[in-house]
Design a protein around this ligand. Sequence first.
Ligand code: NAD
Ligand code: MG
Length: 384
Amino acid sequence: MSRRISVLGATGSIGASTLDLVARQPGEWQVVALTANCQAEELARLARQFGAELAVVADESCLGELRAALAGSGIEAAGGAQALVDAAARPTDITVAAIVGCAGLAPTMAAIEQGRTVALANKEALVSAGDVMKAAVARAGATLLPMDSEHNAIFQCLAGNDPAHVRSITLTASGGPFRDWTAEQLAKATPAQAVRHPNWSMGAKISVDSATMFNKGLELIEAWHLFPVGLDALRIVVHPQSVIHSMVEYRDGSTLAQLGPSDMRVPIASCLAWPERMDTPCPPLDLAQLGQMTFRAPDEERFPATRLARQAAEAGGAAPAVLNAGNEIAVAAFLDGHLPFTRIAVMVEELLARYAPPPAASLDEVIAIDAEARDYARRMLETV
Ligand code: NAD
Ligand code: MG
């Protein structure tokens, strides 16, 4: 029997890798909904290729183009924020949450409310909603599978073990394209340089996050929510080769690690097939060819993002949502050429100091805090 799958953020990097795997298993999958922000042509092409039931653009102004591109296909077309949430609520066996940013929160929550399986790439949604999302998972009886490579690695290393015996969890970080740059060089880093990641091919926003190390900061908060350990037990180590995707250390001194090529199709396949396994076209690891793996401590002087994320998690409540919103605005401003690279972290730190709303108790409250934090951050940009 085929399994029903929806891909939220189908036109992105994770969406493409997911659909690449789906295409390799003909007859195994029935594609329900595919969504995008606005890339109507590309979305329509994918919807036709995979015989989707429904294609949705979040930006309603792109719906006309989507309708035209789907004419005669029999595939439903819809547009707007509510249509996106409705699409995510359509029954599936597994929904891949791969929208970038807090924009993915409401649809991801709608997918969780189905009470089935959600494979989460959209880390910003979990960072912003935190306990609200975890409560929804518990209430709906949903299964949340971590698709982010580090968290997928940790999930695999925890399997079959009692979490009570975990001593620490170490997230590995590539260090990004600016790993060895001086503070002076960082101050002049351009968007084109920031999106050129040495090991991974990814969307623009996460590429910048990788360059600032905010990606690892968000992942620290993500891991803190997903796994039963305190912040003190969460470590970060820079590992430029990106072969070890993360590690779990147990009380007896055993450390389990998950290794693999730096290709997101590996953790995506792990989610799609879970608890089974499936083939991927990724070349097997060749350790002799690789030669060596190296490790070093993160430098929080040049890359303050992990320190800020840890502080936001310690502060708790709405602080992680504010950190995320500030980072989203700052990254967009950097990509537009309005904000120097090193000001991204400065802006997030200032926003956290100035805007400290009370904790959110519901999805609507998280969305309101996110919106307000964005407004605040935009006003701060006017003075840059
Ligand atoms: P991307 O920019 O390549 O794709 C983003 C997708 O979201 C696109 O389909 C886009 O149309 C859609 N989208 C963008 N803005 C939207 C909005 N406002 N409303 C609705 N849809 C919108 O991003 P990506 O690299 O695929 O990353 C997606 C998510 O997965 C991010 O949260 C990222 O942190 C996470 N992630 C990505 C990778 C990776 O290798 N790319 C690895 C781990 C985690
Ligand atoms: Mg990751």
